[in-house]
Design a protein around this ligand. Structure first.
Ligand SMILES: Nc1nc2c(ncn2[C@@H]2O[C@H](COP(=O)(O)OP(=O)(O)OP(=O)(O)O)[C@@H](O)[C@H]2O)c(=O)[nH]1
Ligand SMILES: [Mg+2]
Length: 432
């Protein structure tokens, strides 16, 4: 893996445009790669493209173009070429040799960003597994290219005779992946227990903010919950799921989770490893799919997000489409017409955030039931619990106790009724 931590490196974004790809799509994708490069701290000094029927098998670009790229690299003093596709280890190796600088493909760029942004133990382990999986075939390629010289170190350090340096590295990688996987499994178990406890305590009203990277999920999370999650104008600012209560708290108490953003060609290894993080989201009863309405490519971003959601098994969770950043651009009327029931808003407008909050509450209130709870006079200290978990609509009393007409989550209401209901029985439930 390259070490690009010290000084801003100069990079060129480069891609082959296949005949099947429209100019619009091609440009949007390159612009996104440029954005990804900036997130990594690269200074992007140019772009380099070629129209071609297919990718060159040896080195991605055709022979003549490779010479051109090499000349451009020298002229511009470029440190890295960033390719807007995932290329094979041998293509990458050959291209690097020919142009004389580091070559990173789109997958590697994304993996590197995830690696830098991962904070929690669980996210770090997930990213490391994905990176090691990406590196393994590349080491194999490097060993192949290095040839028999590489076998010089064989026979030492407990390796079986004839095992090459490259093979050793690959075995180490396999062992490390297995070790990380074990750690991850135990962390997952821990997290599941915590989640179960939280659900027991706080009920089941959960909404997850999902969507393309940079759509404004964390900004909405802050606005909806009054929390201080990280907001940044960079891709993949958020890698961990955070959970906070919708503010101000009502009945039922709604929990909001902020999740990792999606992107076109999300490396498969990352989709798989981030499933753990997204499990939180999958357990939500509602997904608020946040879309940057001001981005000309929002439709493609919307489609990519839906594809990833399907891939991780969240296809059937109810959706609320939220078109955000309308203050920056976008056609609100057209969006409302094309996506009935959607919310069109700006996270910067408190009144619009409040409307979104109401829509979310309304979704969960639909699930509420209305019932009467009897509370004997001797149990008045439990009033607080009823008021905290249910909306109290009316109250009346007789000599035995109070009767509270409430709206609340079916399970909570049943639980409360079962606790005090018995005391009410001998007299029967008085009629209205
Ligand atoms: N103009 C405008 N900018 C917004 C709005 N919502 C968010 N932003 C900006 O968009 C950028 C990205 O916002 P985030 O909330 O970090 O986006 P995210 O979806 O959490 O992104 P990732 O965590 O990278 O997936 C930030 O610079 C925000 O200030 C909005 O409604 N209007
Ligand atoms: Mg975020």
């Amino acid at each position: 893996m390259p070490n690009i931590d010290q000084k801003p490196k100069r990079a060129i974004v480069a891609a082959v445009q296949l005949a099947s790809v429209s100019d619009l799509e091609f440009d949007a994708s390159l612009a996104e790669l440029r954005q990804l490069a900036k997130t990594l701290g690269f200074d992007v000094v140019g772009k380099f493209t070629q129209n071609r029927a297919g990718f060159d098998k040896t080195a991605y670009f055709g022979t003549g173009k490779r010479e051109e790229l090499s000349a451009l690299r020298q002229q511009e003093g470029v440190d890295a070429i960033l390719i807007d596709h995932e290329i094979s280890p041998s293509q990458s190796f050959n291209l690097e040799k020919e142009v004389g600088c580091e070559v990173m493909d789109r997958t590697m760029v994304i993996l590197e960003i995830f690696h830098r942004h991962a904070r929690s133990r669980i996210a770090r382990a997930q990213v490391e597994i994905a990176r090691l999986g990406y590196m393994a075939p590349r080491l194999r390629e490097a060993a192949k290219q290095a040839g028999p010289k590489d076998r010089a170190r064989s026979g030492t350090g407990g390796r079986s005779g004839g095992e090459s340096h490259g093979e050793l590295d690959r075995r180490k990688i396999r062992d490390r992946i297995a070790e990380l996987q074990k750690e991850l499994d135990s962390m997952k178990l821990e997290r599941k227990t915590q989640r179960a406890r939280r659900q027991e305590r706080q009920g089941l009203a959960r909404v997850a903010l999902v969507g393309y990277t940079n759509a404004g999920k964390s900004t909405l999370m802050r606005a909806l919950t009054g929390s201080e999650v990280l907001v940044a104008d960079k891709l993949f600012a958020t890698l961990d799921t955070t959970v906070r209560a919708l503010h101000p708290e009502g009945v039922p108490r709604v929990l909001v989770s902020d999740t990792v953003g999606f992107i076109k060609n999300l490396p498969h290894a990352l989709v798989v490893s981030f499933k753990t993080t997204l499990d939180e989201a999958l357990e939500a009863s509602l997904l608020a799919h946040v879309v940057d309405a001001s981005d000309p490519g929002f439709e493609r971003q919307l489609a990519v997000t839906e594809e990833v959601l399907e891939e991780i098994g969240a296809k059937d969770v109810p959706r609320l489409l939220v078109f955000n950043k309308i203050d920056r651009g976008g056609d609100a009327a057209a969006l409302r017409k094309k996506y009935p029931g959607c919310v069109v808003m700006s996270a910067r407008e408190p009144a619009e955030v409040a409307r979104l909050s109401d829509r979310i509450r309304a979704f969960f209130e639909k699930e509420l039931v209305e019932a009467e709870i009897f509370l004997p006079w001797a149990e008045q200290k439990l009033r607080g619990e009823i008021f905290a978990t249910c909306k109290v609509l009316a109250e009346r009393a007789d000599d035995k106790g109070a009767f509270l007409r409430v709206r609340g989550d079916a399970d909570t209401v049943k639980h409360l009724q079962e606790r005090y209901g018995r005391a009410a029985k001998p007299r029967g439930r008085p009629g209205k």
